[in-house]
Design a protein around this ligand. Structure first.
Ligand SMILES: [Zn+2]
Length: 175
């Protein structure tokens, strides 16, 4: 079986004002909401890791969109903790992505505080959400709408070049 760990819902969210945001993964497993508090870098890393894993998986045919779970998250759940180590795995028998999160404050190395299994569609959504949530705190470029910084912004609206001379740009737009 193993179906016990299927995530009914899973998402990441940011709480608070830009510059002072906290991040958490929310999931409903077996009717129980888990809140896994994460650092921003962990959210970012999770999104990338999911994306890379999905790219490497064998083709399983079209991914059908799923109806989102209807159960509301219990945002006051007592099942919450700050995550230390996270692991991703893949169950190729049932084509599920497995996510395991360890409590940062737990002494037991083997003690997973949260584990669930996701469909590819859920993993894809979670990956996209992670990227969006991480990016949402940053100002957006007025040209292309992409989040800026912290490094230099290479704008696709400017063919990847930086715009230094506004007059040159006006000329370019007239042509
Ligand atoms: Zn831009």
């Amino acid at each position: 079986m193993g179906g016990d760990l299927d995530a009914e819902r899973i998402q990441v969210e940011a709480i608070g004002e830009p510059g002072d945001r906290r991040f958490r993964l929310l999931s409903i497993v077996n009717g129980q909401t888990y809140a896994v508090w994460m650092e921003k870098q962990q959210v970012h890393a999770l999104g990338l890791a999911l994306e890379q894993m999905l790219e490497r998986l064998p083709d399983a045919g079209p991914v059908l969109p799923e109806a989102p779970g209807l159960t509301e998250f219990d945002r006051e759940t007592r099942k919450q903790f700050r995550v230390g180590r996270m692991e991703l795995g893949y169950d190729d028998d049932e084509d599920r992505i497995v996510i395991v999160a360890h409590d940062l404050n737990s002494q037991e190395e083997s003690d997973a505080a949260f584990a669930c299994r996701m469909t590819r569609a859920q993993a894809r959504d979670l990956s996209a959400e992670s990227a969006a949530v991480v990016a949402a705190g940053r100002p957006r470029c007025t040209m292309c709408g992409e989040p800026m910084g912290p490094g230099p912004h290479v704008c696709p609206q400017q063919n990847g070049h930086f715009r230094h001379d506004l007059e040159t740009v006006d000329d370019a737009e007239d042509t």
